[in-house]
Design a protein around this ligand. Structure first.
Ligand SMILES: C[C@@]1(CC(=O)O)c2cc3[nH]c(cc4nc(cc5[nH]c(cc(n2)[C@H]1CCC(=O)O)[C@@](C)(CC(=O)O)[C@@H]5CCC(=O)O)C(CC(=O)O)=C4CCC(=O)O)c(CCC(=O)O)c3CC(=O)O
Ligand SMILES: NC(=O)C1=CN([C@@H]2O[C@H](COP(=O)(O)OP(=O)(O)OC[C@H]3O[C@@H](n4cnc5c(N)ncnc54)[C@H](O)[C@@H]3O)[C@@H](O)[C@H]2O)C=CC1
Length: 199
């Protein structure tokens, strides 16, 4: 069986500068998912044309700036992450090459071989977040898995995270002792969630 070798991280996109090239349907999909998870994400968009819905989504967000114009490599100044979504393959490829030259992480949304990272399915319950990847094999499956976990994870899982956070502060002892106590205390957790799913 092939194994997914991608390494997941949870980015603070309020502290990073994201550039989205293009303002159409795919741009809308990508900013929508990013904003759903990170409403304050710092995103700059560059495109000579924006679709109505993209404008609405972008202009209602706290930190999305829309620039009207064609992509130019100067747009990469100060950017950490770039997502190219234009309908012109040559433009997307130029974005890719320009980013590679500058060691900027890049994603050509409809072109997996030209992605340093993939956007994933995301499940959020308060502080708890699960990222889902099918290794780029099936975005539809990532979406269905997201819906599955959204429905089976109990809403109060965040209460548990908050509670464990508080409990952790009350434990005395050195690091090893704390780890041991936290593990002992949470032993039943996996069984509890499994039971919850069965219910
Ligand atoms: C590789 C990746 C790169 C990237 O975009 O980062 C990528 C690529 C492509 N997407 C395509 C299409 C669709 N994408 C979706 C939906 C999502 N796509 C997302 C991620 C990813 N999409 C990355 C891999 C993630 C992984 O590892 O699994 C999700 C999870 C997150 C997000 O978009 O933020 C989000 C679901 C969010 C949610 O609902 O929770 C749907 C489903 C729908 O809309 O119903 C369709 C239509 C159905 C279909 O085609 O499957 C195509 C074909 C284009 C064509 O036909 O040419 C390609 C290109 C290709 O695969 O070659
Ligand atoms: N719509 C969809 O769900 C899917 C689209 N695709 C592919 O993704 C690509 C984009 O699709 P859509 O978003 O639907 O197209 P779109 O036409 O809605 O958006 C393309 C955007 O790119 C912008 N653009 C063009 N030249 C540019 C440049 N030089 N600099 C900056 N921006 C530029 C346009 O102004 C427009 O905003 C297409 O190649 C399409 O085949 C693939 C899978 C699904």
């Amino acid at each position: 069986m092939e194994k997914n070798q991608l390494y997941p991280v949870f980015l603070k996109v309020t502290a990073l500068n994201v550039l989205v090239v293009g303002g159409g349907n795919v741009a809308l999909e990508k900013i929508s998912f990013m904003l759903k998870s990170s409403p304050d994400a710092k995103i700059t968009m560059i495109s000579p044309m924006y679709r109505e819905e993209t404008i609405e989504k972008a202009d209602n967000a706290a930190n999305v700036r829309r620039i009207l114009g064609k992509y130019d490599a100067s747009m990469l100044e100060g950017k950490h992450i770039v997502i190219a979504t234009t309908d012109i393959p040559a433009v997307n490829l130029k974005v890719y090459n320009d980013c590679k030259e500058r060691s900027i992480l890049v994603n050509l949304a409809d072109n997996p071989p030209y992605c340093d990272f993939y956007m994933g399915g995301i499940v959020t319950k308060g502080n708890v977040k699960i990222g889902i990847s099918t290794n780029g094999k099936s975005p539809t499956m990532a979406k269905r898995l997201r819906q599955f976990f959204e429905s089976v994870l109990p809403e109060n899982i965040d209460d548990l995270a908050e509670y464990l956070n508080k409990y952790r502060d009350t434990i005395k002892g050195n690091f090893e002792e704390k780890v041991e106590k936290m593990n002992e205390f949470t032993k039943g957790l996996v069984g509890d969630v499994k039971n919850k799913i069965k219910e």
